[in-house]
Design a protein around this ligand. Structure first.
Ligand code: ASP
Length: 345
């Protein structure tokens, strides 16, 4: 009799667990990505360039969306989407990273899991092919949150993260961007190397690149956010922007939302923008859209900070505000609704 009871338990308990798991799976999932904000104007872009961006954003979006659709985690989905953009020379992250004043490429990235509030970040790495993969390993294998420079690269080697020679990041347009402002005190968003009206359009056509980010809500109700960048052209003295700083450029919390920022990092750091959106929701009961708009179009504007962000909340609402001329951005929801946008309207 005891054995029969035991056998019944062994068969029914896994079934019970499985059905519980099914019960908590929701069909409400979505992913949002960005490829940077800045002076991005339709009149300065050829049809081919616009198409190239749209196709790459679509590829990144679909790669993350497929993971979510198959019941995968938000953190896996955003990591995948970011890797696609890091491997493209179109964006200021990974392969397309901008140059520092010293003529090097120094990359930053961060990723945060809204379920556990675990986070991983790397800054100032020079030879890591996909900084976002390294940030993910920091979550899993390190007791720290942010690793920098040589230490981060030693850690990368230990965990067999793909390393590349600095020649991998060579990019003529990026060097041109640097040489134009190298002797000045200016650091610049890579989209903003010319003003819209008076700018040299020939140059502008070749200088549309940007920091990348992704946020997602998965079928299990978990949120995650990630950001990856080469920083700002002509940055000096080991400057680190907001992108690898949890709370400034990236933040995720299942209780509120997931946020990834892009723009002039110094302003995002001082305004703790990503966390600010979550805090406005938590403490002030603002909706995601109101919180994101307030952070970008009021608080940042008041301080003079250019940029934007993407955000998603625990109910799958999304926001993509920016105070620049344009922002590469795209989203796809569980019901199939999807958009890829570049310019203001
Ligand atoms: N936020 C990045 C930084 O300041 C730049 C960007 O978003 O394009 O490093």
């Amino acid at each position: 009799m005891r054995n029969v009871l035991l056998a019944i338990l062994c068969i029914t308990f896994p079934m019970f667990l499985f059905s519980q798991n099914q019960l908590i799976m929701s069909e409400n999932f979505a992913i949002v990505i960005h490829g940077g904000a800045g002076t991005i104007l339709k009149k300065n872009m050829t049809d081919e360039q616009e198409k190239a961006y749209q196709e790459k954003l679509q590829e990144a979006l679909d790669s993350g969306y497929t993971i979510l659709k198959d019941g995968g985690s938000a953190i896996d989905a955003i990591e995948k989407a970011i890797v696609v953009m890091e491997d493209s020379p179109l964006f200021n992250a990974g392969k397309g990273a901008v140059y520092t004043n010293a003529g090097t490429n120094e990359l930053d990235a961060s990723i945060m899991d809204g379920k556990t509030l675990n986070a991983g970040a790397v800054s100032g790495v020079r030879n890591v092919k996909n900084p976002i993969k390294l940030a993910r390993v920091v979550i899993e294998k390190s007791e720290h949150v942010m690793l920098s420079g040589k230490g981060a690269e030693d850690f990368a080697k230990q965990y067999k993260i793909e390393m590349v020679d600095s020649a991998y990041f060579y990019n003529e347009h990026r060097l041109k961007q640097l040489n134009k402002i190298k002797d000045s005190e200016k650091i610049q968003l890579d989209h903003s190397d010319n003003d819209d009206e008076q700018g040299d359009i020939t140059e502008l056509k070749d200088s549309k690149f940007g920091t990348v980010g992704a946020v997602a809500l998965d079928k299990h109700g978990n949120l995650a956010a990630a950001t990856s960048t080469g920083g700002m052209t002509n940055k000096k003295f080991g400057r680190i922007g907001d992108s690898p700083i949890i709370g400034a450029g990236t933040y995720a919390n299942n209780a509120t939302c997931a946020v990834s920022c892009t723009g002039h990092g110094e302003f995002f750091i001082r305004n703790v923008v990503a966390y600010d959106v979550a805090a406005l929701m938590e403490y002030k009961n603002l909706s995601l859209v109101d919180a994101a708009n307030y952070a970008v179009n009021e608080k940042l504007v008041k301080l003079g900070g250019d940029g934007g962000l993407i955000a998603i909340d625990k109910d799958g609402n999304i926001a993509m505000p920016f105070n620049t001329k344009g922002m590469y951005r795209a989203y796809k929801k569980a019901n199939g609704e999807s958009k890829i946008l570049i310019f203001k309207n």
